[in-house]
Each structure stands twice: as structure tokens, then as C-alpha cells.
Design a protein around this ligand. Sequence first.
Ligand SMILES: Nc1ncnc2c1ncn2[C@@H]1O[C@H](COP(=O)(O)OP(=O)(O)OP(=O)(O)O)[C@@H](O)[C@H]1O
Length: 610
Amino acid sequence: MPARYSAWMRPFPRFDPSLLFGKHLWRIFAFAKPYRQRIGLGLVLNAFARFFDLLPLIIVGRVVDAINAAVEGTRAIAPEDFLVYGGIVLGTFLCLALFQSSSDYLLDSMAQKVRHDLRTKLYEHLQTLDIAFFEERQTGDILAVVSNDVDNLERFFSDVTTSMVRLVITFVGTFGFLFYLDWRLALLLITPLPFAFFAVRFFATRVSPQYRAARQAVGSINSMLENNIQGMGVIQAYTAESHQAERIRGESANYRDATINAAFERARFVPLLYTIAGFAFALLIAGGGYLTFAELGPSIGDYTSFILLAMRLILPLFVFGMLINQIQRSEASARRIRELLAQKPTRDENPHARVLQQAPQRIEFENVSFAYPGRERTITNVTFSMEPGQMIGVVGPTGAGKSTLVKLLLRYYQPDSGRILVDSSPMRAIDMESFRRQVGYVSQDAFLFFGSVAENIALGAPDSTRKAIERAAEIAGAHEFITALPQGYDTPVGERGLKLSGGQRQRISLARAVLRDPPILVLDEATSAVDTRTEALIQENLRAFRNRRMTLAVAHRLSTVRASDSILVLVDGVVVENGDHESLLAQNGAYANLWAVQSGEAVADDNTVS
Ligand SMILES: Nc1ncnc2c1ncn2[C@@H]1O[C@H](COP(=O)(O)OP(=O)(O)OP(=O)(O)O)[C@@H](O)[C@H]1O
């Protein structure tokens, strides 16, 4: 096709709603799609409400004309007529109340539903992300998106959309009627309005970066507050209050400044709108007054209705200003929500991954090396294997890479080179969830969730009977202290519940892993916070439990892993020694040295305990 025709053939450019709402906000509308019918009905009812909202203003004009006619003697008016007018106005108000409240309810409930969907979708999405994402991002920042930004959008859907609809209907309805009453007056009123649109556009481009900055500042201040509140004990112990207050002040000031900048833009915008509205009104009063007086146009009643309706138009103009403001704010929130939703797990999911149907019989680390993104190598050429009934201990100085080894096994991260094999298949060829279902993991921080002790133990096996939960707690050496708690297994724990000691929390975590009855047990400093005697008891209980399982146990305390079939001594990510306790002692190397030091400590420890 010749080039000069192709321009004609191009489809007419479609209206792009993202110009009005912003790219991100417009995409978020997808979340409202399931509630199309509710929205449609809400809009129709709103249109009815607007009709009954404006009707009394027109009736006022009729009354004025009727009185005027009676005064001039051109038409008689009976006293009952006023009752009729009053009755009609009352009727319109009742209709307005009915339509408005039903419309508000429909659109409000839609906004609540969208908020619920958005929040749960975000949370579920968060659960799919790599641990690396949570290790790199501030919790408070993520929280600000899932909480504040989602709330912002709820306000957008409930307030902004309803106000927008109200505004458009009032605007179109009123102008339509004004044109019908007297097109010249309507034209007078409409002339200055294009200026208002330019003002709004100018404002929108100026204020949106300010809101974006404000949303970011909310995330930072939330992160810092959360962090400091959690560490309040440390702050007070180090009398760091004034320094920390200064940091909070600085972060809060960033937020304050961003919002003040936005307020400044708003403050420049509102007088502009007032001026434009003033011109419109002045033209109407002067022009309309003259036309009515000179009997060149509307009746006095129509002129009255005209002014009342025009006043109704001025208000939406300001509402529009406010709406643009809120839309910009919501756009910043929508952007952050979409950025979070756009985060994809970095682990490469294999669509042909094999689902593990039964307990693995062998796990091998084959020359595994790994570095955290942007960091130096943490693990270098680590090789070992585990089979059911075997326990592999991992010891080494702090920062040697012991927990990293666990993270690689749990597939939080992928090795950079080398392979992890499960029953001779590369880990990547195995469905991740099915692999994790085989694992009972006790992490270093022994995390407890909101809920009872029993619920915490049953995290990985929620359908367990109370008996099974108690049995697991017994193996983990936790039953005794749990029964001594105020409500036993039903005692609430977690952040808002009862405070437990580090050792107690560890034992609950261990019970959680035991209850899962996992073929693979991964213990990362699982008993580091309990005293050596209690630990010995737990080890004794675990011995039978470990029988048919493979266990990977990380510990600083060598007595914890003494019974291992093989102990890896990790130094700077390299396995420097490998063997069982006796053979490592015989080697007289790093392990033997550590043992000499720690067994001396253990004797001293025992003496103080007894
Ligand atoms: N998420 C991470 N991102 C970047 N570097 C990390 C991350 N986690 C750990 N590291 C670094 O990797 C190294 C090994 O850490 P790792 O937690 O595996 O050591 P560890 O032997 O378990 O130490 P500890 O005995 O103190 O628990 C450390 O230098 C640590 O700073």
C-alpha cells in the first residue's frame, strides 16, 4: 500500500483511559472486573440519585415563575399549589436518599471486596518469592505496600470512583439542562472551563512525583520504626535513644517534606480553579442578569434555576481538583503494588519437574560452589552425601557458610556451579514443593507465629491430632514446659502472645519439625539455646527418631553433632576436614583443637550447673 494511503487506513486512535487515571491505576482496574454487575448497578442508581438531586433546583425555578406570574396577575395561584410543590420536593429528597444510599453501598462494598482481593493476592504472591527477595528488601517497605498502598486503593475505588461518577453525571446532566434552558447562558458558563482542564493537567504533572516520593518515604519510615521498636531493648541498653530519635526524625522529615511539597502544588492549584470558576460565574450573573432583565432570554424562574444549577457545577470543579489529587496519590500506590506483583521468583522453575512421590534415598552435594549476588564466594567445592539413617554434622567458625549450605539444600538459592542430586536426579529436575514436603527444618531463629503453642507445632501438619502434637513435643523435650504454661498447649505465643525463652522457642520449632515426620531433617543450630543437659536429653529422644531419616545438623557446639556419621568441618566455605568424631580427633586438626577447647568448657559448664 502506498505510504500516503497508509495514514488514512490507520484506525482512529482510541481513547486511552490511562491518560486520565495513570498507567498503573488503570491496570489495577482489572481487580474490579469480577464486580462489573455491582459497579454497573451502582452507576445506574447513582445516575437516578443525581436526577433527584437536581430536580428540586428546577422546581424552585417553577415556583419563582408561578409566584411572579401571580404577582403580575397573568396567572392565578392557589395556596394548595405550594403544598404540591413542597410535596414534590419532599418526594425528590426521599428518592435521592434511596438511590444514593443503595448506590453508595454497592460501590463501597465493591471497594472493600477489591481491597480484600488485592491484599490476599499480594500476600499469596509474596509467598511465591525467593527468600533472597525478603533478605534484600526492608520488611517495613513491603508492609507499606501490602497495607498502606492497598488501603489507598480502597479509598480510590470507594471515594474517587463514586465522586468521579457523581461529577460526570452532574456535569453532563446539568450542562445538558442548561443548554436546554438557554444555550447562550450555558455557553457563557462553559467558556472558561478549558482553562480549568489545562490547570488540572499542569497540576497532575507537577504533583505526581511528589506523591511518588511520599509513598517511598512511607516505606522507609515504616521499616525504620518497625526495626527500632523491635530493637527497643538494645537501644535503651546502649542509651542510643537520642541518636535513634535523630534518625527517625530525619526519615520522618523526608516524608513530611514530600507531603508538604505536594500540598504546596495543591495550594497553587486551588486558587487557580477558584479564579476560573469566578470568571465563569461572573459571566453568568452579568450576562444572564442582563438577558433576563431585558426580557431577551430566560424567565426569572429559569434564571434562578440556572444560577442554582451553576453553583452545583462549581462544586464538582473543586471536587475534580481534589479527585485529581487523590488519583495521583493512588497512582503512586498502584505503581508500587504493580512493582511488587511484577517481582518474579528468580529460581528457574522447571515445567517438567518430577514430583517426588516417596522419601528420597540419597542426597548428594557434588562440588557445589555458591556466592550471594554481588558478594564473594561463600561455598567452594563442597561435596558430601546423605542416606536414610545417616546424620551429617556441619561445624565451623561463624560466617563459614554453614547456614548457606542449609539454604542451598532447601533450595532458597541455586548453586553457581556443581550439583545437588536427589536420588541421582539434579535438584532442578525435581518439583520444589514436593521436595520441601520431605523436609523438617529447624531454623536458627526459631520463629513462632501468632497462635497457640499447638498451632505453632502443627504448622507443617495442620490436621494433626493433639496426641500427635504432644508426642512430637515430648521428643523435642518441650512437653514438660508446655504443660506448665498458663493454658498449656492452647497458650497463645508469637509476637503478641506469651514470651518464651530462646531455648523454649527452639524446642517448639523442633517439635514442629518432628511432627511433620520428615524423611529429611535439617537442624540449623536447633538446640543452641538450651543447656547442655537438656540438649543431651533431646539428643537421646531424637536418636530413635532419626533412625530412618537423613539428618543434616549444623552446630557450633560439637557435642550436638558428635554422634554424626560424618562431620564436615567448614572453614571459609571449604570443607577442610571430614569424618566421624573419632577419626577427626585422630587427625588432630581443626576439629580436634575445637573439641579440646569445648570439652574443657563443657566440664566447666557442668560444674556450674550442678
Ligand atoms: N542473604 C545473604 N546475602 C549476602 N550475604 C550473606 C547472606 N547470608 C549470609 N551471607 C554471608 O555469607 C557468609 C556465610 O554466612 P552463613 O550464615 O552461611 O554462615 P554460618 O557459618 O552459618 O555462620 P553462623 O555460625 O554465624 O551462623 C557470611 O559472610 C554472611 O555475611
